[in-house]
Design a protein around this ligand. Structure first.
Ligand code: SR1
Ligand code: MG
Length: 406
């Protein structure tokens, strides 16, 4: 009996090599394989197994019994099932935008998938000021298809409820409820506040009762609005990219929630890249050019999402009442409002909470970092409070630009 069928344990590189040789049939039986752990996320272990001679490689991703970032977060390794299943579903809904899954192993809580090493992690590429002209088009196709085609507007309601059951994800949702909606908005011991930012957080966020009330409403919206099957953590570290291809990875936070959650995360993380560019590009012309590209991308993400939403709505709506005049605009307005609010929460939580983003922490000049953090917090707060008024990509960007000159 193989050690891989006797019960779960967390694998080291040598175990993964053994697993690839004895359990999988991806490689030639005489192949000389090598293995390296390459994960740098907050939760899991990611191994690349290579047959260099044949130029073949795969990824084996294993969920540990707690988060990699801190063993305070006990998260069931069943998240690997959620990840494998949703990647297969997203492949059917939005082909070409996710890695292929070859196998899910419920004993070892790992999945075997396509190696995307010809792509790069988008956050890193943006920090090197690389441009991706097709990104807005790709990500809006991915989001409209995965979000709308899994909603009650376009799905049989009983089948949708089965998906809600299958993708109930209480532990990972709890992380988001705490880390995104709760802890950044008070002086939580688990927060990680850059000292020059503390005063601003105390005055402008933690003591603003109107803001706190809105964050409570948003948290309940996140917990109770089973609108669409979300990716659930769609930041630029969850995107593998190259100029002509965009692949969305790491959907272990997937569950049925408000569609604007995914769109808002994309927008907020592009704003982090925008503030990184402002703080780190020395040459003025290069800075204007790169920020200009990011600005257009942010605008297009919102606006192409709206255009593609309308097209899909026309083609795929099955729910009779959703076809009533005006319901499409009502539904879309709610998603745009939620997008603004979620972008606002993400902007605040990545500055004040436990899980930061490198776009900001890598800014070496401390004054520039403090300025970037203040802008992110101010934009975040405005997005939350003004969410009913922000209707287009340009509206989002004018908030960012207004705070840059204040
Ligand atoms: C304990 S996990 C911290 C963060 O990392 C993930 O990528 C999610 O964004 C989560 O909030
Ligand atoms: Mg992740």
């Amino acid at each position: 009996m193989s050690k891989f069928t006797m019960g779960y344990f967390t694998m080291k590189e040598a175990d993964v090599l053994d697993y690839a040789t004895t359990v999988l049939d991806c490689f030639d039986s005489h192949a000389v394989l090598s293995c390296k752990e390459i994960g740098d996320g907050n939760l899991n272990y990611v191994f690349r197994v290579m047959d260099e001679k044949a130029g073949k490689s795969i990824i084996i991703k294993q969920a540990g019994p707690c988060a990699r970032i801190s063993d305070e977060f006990k998260v069931s390794p069943d998240r690997n099932r959620i990840e494998s299943e949703i990647l297969q579903l997203q492949h059917r809904l939005a082909e070409g935008f996710v890695p292929r899954v070859f196998k899910y192993d419920p004993i070892m809580n790992c999945c075997v998938m396509e190696d995307l090493s010809d792509h790069v992690i988008m956050r890193r590429a943006l920090m090197e000021h690389k441009k991706f002209p097709f990104f807005a088009d790709h990500i809006t196709t991915f989001m409209t298809k995965t979000l709308l085609l899994t909603s009650d507007v376009m799905m049989d309601h009983k089948a949708k409820k089965e998906l809600v059951k299958n993708f109930t994800n209480p532990e990972l949702c709890e992380i988001t409820e705490d880390l995104v909606y709760t802890e950044p908005f008070f002086d939580c011991p688990r927060n990680d506040v850059f000292p020059p930012t503390r005063g601003y957080a105390e005055k402008e966020l933690w003591s603003d009762e109107a803001l706190l009330l809105e964050t409570a409403k948003l948290k309940f919206e996140f917990m109770t609005n089973a609108q669409s099957l979300l990716h659930g953590d769609l930041h630029t570290g969850s995107i593998f990219i190259k100029p002509d291809s965009t692949k969305v990875i790491d959907p272990e936070f997937a569950f049925y929630g408000p569609a604007g959650y995914d769109v808002g995360n994309v927008i907020a993380n592009l704003i982090f890249a925008y503030e990184n560019a402002e703080a780190t590009i020395e040459d003025q012309q290069e800075k204007i050019d790169y920020k200009g590209w990011l600005e257009e991308t942010i605008i297009q993400v919102m606006d192409l999402f709206v255009d593609k939403f309308k097209e899909l709505w026309k083609e795929h709506t099955t729910e009779r009442t959703a076809k009533y005049k005006g319901f499409d605009a009502y539904y879309l307005n709610n998603i745009i409002r939620d997008t603004a609010a979620v972008a606002g929460c993400e902007l605040c939580r990545r500055i004040l909470g436990i899980a930061h983003v490198k776009d900001i922490t890598a800014i070496e000049d401390l004054e520039k970092r403090a300025r970037a953090e203040k802008i992110c917090l101010s934009v975040g707060k405005t997005f939350i409070l003004q969410r009913e008024k922000l209707k287009s990509g340009r509206d989002f960007m004018s908030v960012v630009k207004d705070w840059e000159v204040k």
